[in-house]
Design a protein around this ligand. Structure first.
Ligand code: SF4
Length: 419
């Protein structure tokens, strides 16, 4: 049956002109500056620079160390002072080297260096924005969804992101996540056959030694009903030298295992970070990315399309674009929910579906994730559904006459035939 001829009716959405231009067509040609690390750390040898333990040991943790390596604004100085007792500061030398020294709005800078606004709790902000502590049957397990859990592996990160929503865990030096808590977690998993998917996160699990990570993954893998393991990590972004052959081979032994990274801006997809992701992919480990939508940092369709393209070039799939959670002290980095939808609307259709992440809102208080997107449905009745496409033109989809969608073979396949 031939489709009816499309009706070319230009639309306006919420009073705004329909989208008509792709958000991204050319590679950036701007003046973003990355410093040579030898300028910033003249005493370090190349071997030291490429050693993740050296990076961890030499992370910037105080205002004095930071001022020695980068010229700060008074607002940034004040931000570091005011947040010192609220949320840790740490910036690996590598991540520091990505900071554009000339621009306050450098996306790396704004993710790593606090501002005074972070010390203010705004209305609606919560210490535990996702209600995780309401669903912690044991210290290291968060069980919010029927078939999957979050396993908190440690409380440390390579860089403390100023937008972190799990700051109640990663923010302070002494939390109760220790080896015994991980043993309890694995024991809990053994008694919960409904759990088929374990997301190991924290803190950053890649900061465990490879041997310790191997032990933990072996323990999880010894639980027969766990089908897949995911590891959430920002190390490929902030300390890519940690991802070496030994780590990649170890992770491969625990397949099916997925690595979920956290790139927020194309400037973070450096040759080093890209190579770290590709090393994992080359070892058969799928790598996916979750981005947090950050106001005035990446809240632009061009930036996010560019990020998706750069990730895909490295065989990393853009997976989620997160509306920022309502953690305490980060309202200044939060966009309206409408902004995310508008961005997706500017991406969809202008680039491949593989480059478009799901826009997710994790509901405050523990309701779980819901996804948001532009609404392309204009009208629907039993005979036809009318859509607008990404250019704002109307098209009609004819509905079939027979609407019974039950699958007769389903009961056969699942052994549920009667009599
Ligand atoms: S890496 Fe993740 S857990 Fe760690 S500070 Fe950043 S957002 Fe928080």
């Amino acid at each position: 049956m031939s489709s009816p001829a499309p009706r070319h009716t230009p639309l306006r959405v919420d009073g705004r002109p329909a989208v008509r231009r792709p958000p991204y067509t050319q590679p950036p040609r701007g003046r973003a500056r990355r410093r040579d690390w030898r300028e910033i750390f003249p005493d370090a040898t190349p071997q030291e620079w490429n050693d993740w333990r050296w990076q961890a040991r030499n992370s910037i943790r105080t205002l004095e160390e930071l001022e020695r390596r980068l010229s700060l604004t008074e607002e940034e100085r004040e931000g570091v002072r005011r947040t010192a007792a609220i949320f840790r500061l740490a910036i690996t030398p590598y991540y520091l080297s990505l900071i554009d020294p000339d621009h306050f709005w450098c996306p790396v800078r704004r993710q790593a260096i606090p501002l005074p606004a972070e010390a203010t709790v705004s209305p609606g902000e919560l210490e535990d924005p996702l209600g995780e502590d309401l669903h912690r049957p044991v210290r290291s397990i968060v069980h919010k969804y029927p078939d999957r859990v979050l396993l908190l592996a440690l409380d440390r990160c390579s860089v403390y992101c100023r937008h972190c929503t799990r700051r109640r865990i990663t923010g302070q030096p002494d939390t109760d996540i220790d080896r015994q808590a991980l043993d309890e977690a694995v024991e809990w998993l053994r008694h919960h056959p409904e759990v088929r998917d374990v997301l190991v996160s924290g803190g950053d699990p890649f900061l465990l030694s490879t041997r310790r990570l191997d032990e933990l993954l072996s323990a999880i893998r010894s639980v027969p009903h766990v089908q897949i393991v995911r590891i959430g990590t920002r190390v490929p972004v902030c300390c890519p030298m940690r991802v070496d052959e030994e780590l990649a081979r170890t992770l491969r032994r625990h397949a099916p295992l997925f690595v979920v990274t956290h790139f927020n801006h194309p400037v973070e997809v450096t040759p080093e970070a890209g190579a770290a992701c590709e090393l994992l992919v080359d070892h058969g480990i799928p790598v996916e990315n979750q981005t947090v939508l950050l106001r005035r940092i990446n809240s632009s369709a061009r930036i996010l399309t560019d990020l998706s393209h750069r990730l895909l070039e490295r065989r990393v799939r853009p997976y989620y674009l997160h509306q920022m959670d309502v953690a305490q002290g980060i309202e200044h980095l939060r966009t309206s929910t409408r902004t995310g939808v508008e961005i997706l609307e500017r991406m969809r259709g202008w680039t491949s579906g593989l480059a478009i992440p799901h826009l997710a809102v994790d509901l405050p208080g523990g309701g779980g994730k819901v996804t948001l997107g532009p609404d392309y449905l204009v009208a629907r009745d039993e005979r036809e559904t009318v859509f607008r496409n990404y250019r704002g033109t109307l098209y009609t989809y004819p509905e079939p006459r027979d609407t019974d969608a039950s699958c007769p073979y389903e009961a056969v396949y699942y052994g549920e035939e009667e009599g």
